[in-house]
Write a protein that binds this ligand. Structure first.
Ligand SMILES: Nc1ncnc2c1ncn2[C@@H]1O[C@H](COP(=O)(O)OP(=O)(O)O)[C@@H](O)[C@H]1O
Ligand SMILES: [Mg+2]
Length: 212
C-alpha cells in the first residue's frame, strides 16, 4: 500500500471494522494522492463497501486512523465528511425521483432570491455549468426519474462537484457513465475532464476513488 506523503490527500491506516463476529476490514492502509483514481477490487463480502463507508463517515465505530492533508480526522457522520470535501455516490443513488436535475443537485441549499424564494434561474444556471464542465448535455429542468442510470450517476457526480468535493467515492458504479468528449482518464470505459483548473466552475478537480 502507498505510504502517505506530502501529496497525499486522504489516507487510512489500520482501518479495522467488525460487525459482531464478522471481520469486515482488518488493518487496511489506503492512501489517495491528488488527481489519482483508484479501483478497489475484490469478491463479494471482501470489505470494499465497509472501507468506503469508513472514509465518508457512514461508519464511525472503527479502529484505525483517517487523515486528510496529513491531519487526523474523526468524522461523526457523512455531513462532517462532506464538509471536509469527501463525497460518496452510493450504489443506491440518493436522487429524489420527482425532482428535476437542478433541484436534486441543490436540494437543501437552493440559491435564494432577495425575497427568499428559490431562485430557479440561478439554480438551473449553476447546475448547467457543472454538467457542462463534465461534458454532459442534459437539461437541468428534466426530472431525474426519466434519466438512465448512467445519466443519474453523472448528475450525482455533478452534484459532488458543486459541493466542492475533493474526493469522490463511488461504490459499485455498475453502469459506467457514457463517454464524454473530454480526454480519457486511465480507468477503462471512463472519460472525465482534466482540463485547466480555470475551466472548473468552482474549485480544483476531484480525485476519485471507487469501489467496484
Ligand atoms: N451492516 C452490516 N452488518 C453485518 N455484517 C455486515 C454489514 N455490512 C457488511 N457486513 C459484512 O462484512 C463483510 C464485508 O462486507 P462488504 O464491505 O459489504 O463487502 P463488499 O462491499 O466487498 O462486498 C461481509 O461479510 C458482510 O456480510
Ligand atoms: Mg459492496
Amino acid at each position: 500500500m502507498a505510504k502517505p506523503d506530502h501529496a497525499t490527500l486522504v489516507a487510512m491506516t489500520g482501518a479495522t471494522k467488525h460487525f459482531g463476529g464478522v471481520r469486515a476490514s482488518a488493518g487496511i492502509d489506503f492512501a489517495v494522492r491528488r488527481g489519482e483514481i483508484h479501483a478497489l477490487i475484490g469478491e463479494n463480502g471482501a470489505g470494499k463497501s465497509t472501507l468506503m463507508n469508513i472514509l465518508p463517515g457512514v461508519i464511525t465505530d472503527y479502529e484505525g486512523e483517517v487523515s486528510i492533508d496529513g491531519r487526523g480526522v474523526r468524522f461523526h457522520g457523512p455531513g462532517d465528511a462532506q464538509r471536509a470535501g469527501i463525497a460518496t455516490i452510493h450504489q443506491e443513488l440518493d436522487l429524489v425521483a420527482g425532482l428535476s436535475i437542478a433541484e436534486n443537485m441543490f436540494l437543501g441549499r437552493e440559491p435564494r432570491t432577495r425575497i427568499r424564494t428559490v431562485d430557479q434561474r440561478a439554480m438551473r444556471a449553476r447546475a448547467s455549468e457543472h454538467l457542462r464542465w463534465l461534458g454532459v448535455n442534459l437539461d437541468p429542468r428534466r426530472p431525474v426519474s426519466g434519466l438512465r442510470v448512467g445519466e443519474q450517476q453523472l448528475v450525482e457526480i455533478a452534484k459532488a462537484l458543486s459541493l466542492d468535493a475533493r474526493v469522490l467515492i463511488m461504490d459499485e458504479p455498475t453502469a459506467p457513465p457514457p463517454r464524454s468528449p473530454g480526454p480519457r482518464c486511465s480507468a477503462p470505459n471512463w472519460s472525465c475532464p482534466r482540463g485547466p483548473l480555470s475551466r472548473r466552475p468552482r474549485s480544483p478537480p476531484t480525485p476519485a476513488c471507487s469501489a467496484s
